[in-house]
Design a protein around this ligand. Structure first.
Ligand code: MF3
Ligand code: CO
Ligand code: CO
Length: 275
């Protein structure tokens, strides 16, 4: 049985398995955190080019987050010591920034989560260094489409499984693999909360969506098979078959008649500008 909990203004929120239903204070908080998150990803667009290291990009994310009056929620999260995740080529998610320089033709996901005034804005996008091969661009396009058609399902009365169903259907129609090991998640005052938002599911299953629910949708789609493995650093997830992987993530809130995307780019930079 899914349990929902109405959250009052300023209320302390526990990770107790309930799905939180937020009011105007939550929407205001998420709009600000989401706006900052999107602005940070916007600023990275012109910085991602061959030669820049992932550590340098992480420095920019940290500085912009602090300048925006927030802190990176990943910094110190379960021992993670960086301000964002940067996942290159065959890395599915949770790539750790470091000394590695980006090369011409690389594709990468940058995932940021500023924590602003107690609210988490969690979003990620794909970037391309120079010119990427056609198959990489197709993977990126289809993954973005997966996120957006998933978001189209997000409205009161729908079930959470409706989102995963359309994402899986779309990705698999292109013979791409949908990663099962990582999911979207409820968020708000907490970074990772109920419900789990799976990206492969049966329509009509899972909890009913209600106004006030905040969660992410963040499909990871592989050019090859869906399998992943974890590297020895305990964080970096890579495709088992070494194929390329792409991901996009938005934080959304269910409204009376649909949903609000908290992390949309104010500059229309939600996906790479090629094509
Ligand atoms: N931002 C990631 C997400 O979408 C979580 C990263 S946690 C970290 O949920 F510790 F790996 F940074
Ligand atoms: Co997330
Ligand atoms: Co994220």
């Amino acid at each position: 049985m899914t349990q929902y909990q109405i959250i009052e203004d300023g209320e302390t929120v526990l990770r107790d398995g309930t799905i939180k239903l937020h009011g105007p204070e939550g929407y205001e908080g998420m709009r600000k955190a989401g706006r900052l998150a999107a602005d940070i990803l916007d600023a990275l667009t012109e910085l991602v080019k061959p030669g820049v290291t992932t550590g340098e990009l992480d420095d920019v994310v940290r500085q912009m987050t602090l300048d925006g009056g927030a802190v990176p929620a990943t910094l110190g999260y379960r021992g993670y010591a960086h301000s964002c995740c940067i996942s290159l080529n065959n890395v599915v998610c949770h790539g750790i920034p470091g000394d590695k320089a980006i090369k011409e033709g690389d594709i990468l996901n940058i995932d940021v989560t500023p924590l602003l005034d107690g609210w988490h804005g969690d979003t990620s996008r794909m970037y391309v260094a120079g010119e990427a091969p056609l198959k990489a661009r197709r993977l990126i396009d289809v993954t973005y489409e997966c996120l957006m058609i998933g978001i189209e399902q997000a409205k009161p009365g729908a079930r959470l499984g409706d989102i995963g169903a359309v994402i899986q259907e779309h990705a698999e129609s292109h013979r791409f693999g949908v990663v099962r090991e990582f999911c979207g998640h409820g968020l708000g005052r907490l970074f990772h909360d109920a419900p789990e938002v799976v990206h492969a599911a049966k329509a009509g299953t899972g909890p009913e969506l209600k106004p006030g629910m905040f969660f992410t949708i963040e499909p990871m789609i592989n050019l090859g098979k869906p399998g992943v493995k974890l590297l020895n650093d305990g964080w970096t997830a890579v495709t088992r078959d070494r194929s390329l992987s792409a991901q996009f993530e938005h934080s959304i809130g269910i409204t009376e008649d649909g949903c609000e995307i908290f992390t949309k780019s104010a500059k229309g930079l939600d996906k790479p500008p090629y094509s």
